[in-house]
Design a protein around this ligand. Sequence first.
Ligand code: ADP
Ligand code: MG
Length: 239
Amino acid sequence: MFIKHARNEKIEAMSHVAASLAHEVRNPLTAVKGFLTLMSRNPHDPHKTEQYIRISLDEIQRTESILSEYLAITKPFTERRERVDLSEQLQAVYNVMTPYATMYNVELILRDAEPEPAPGSFHVLANPDEIKQLLVNFVKNAVEACSDTHGGRVILKLKAEEKSVKLLIKDNGAGMSEEQIKRLGSIYFSTKSNGTGLGLTYSYQVIHAIGGQISVSSNPLAGTAFIITLPAAGKGESG
Ligand code: ADP
Ligand code: MG
C-alpha cells in the first residue's frame, strides 16, 4: 500500500516535469520553425536572413539551457564523492561567469578567501560537477537580480572555519520579499519571465545531499546575501 502510494506520487511528479518541459521547449521550437519558414519564403534577403538566424540561434541556445536544467534536476545525486577544492571551483566559476556579468553591466568581484588558504582548508566532499553547477546557479541569479541596478555588483567570498567552509554570495540587486524568500528552492518558483524555477531547487538538493546548509538575508532595497555552509573535508582524510 505504502509502496503503491509512493509510486503514484513519483509518476505524478514525472508527468508534471514532462508537461512543463514540453511546454518550455515547444515555444523556442515554434519560433525557430517560424523563422525557417520565413527564410525559405524570402531566400534572397541577406539582412533578414542574418536577423532570423541570429534569433533562431538564441532560441536554440535557450532550449539547450532549459534541457540541461531539467536533466540536472532529474538526475539522481551521485553517491560518489571526492575531495573538491571549493576555492578552485569558485575561481573557475568566476572566470566563466565574468562575461555574463559584463553583459548585464554587473561587476563580479572575487574577494580573497579567509584565512589565507592553507592546503586542504577549502576542501569539501562532493561531486565537482554538481558543485560547479550550483555555484553557477547562485552567481547567475545574483547577476540577473542586478540587471536593473545602476552600479550592480556581486561579491563572492570564501571563509574556512574549523569544521566548515562558508561561501558568501552577495548582490545589491532587486532583493526579495518575505514571501519570495519562503518559496526559495521550491520547484518551478520563478519571478522571471523566462525563468525555469529549477536552478535553486537543484542547488538546494545538492547542498542538502552533502550535509550543507543555506541561509539568506534579503531586502527589496538593499539586495540579497546567500551564505552556503558545507562540511569541511578535513585536512588529511580522503574522499
Ligand atoms: P530562475 O532563475 O529560473 O527564476 P531559480 O530557481 O534560479 O529560478 O530562482 C528562483 C527565484 O528565486 C528567482 O526567480 C528569483 O525570484 C529568486 N532569486 C534567486 N536568487 C535571487 C537573488 N540573488 N536576488 C533576488 N531574487 C533571487
Ligand atoms: Mg536561476
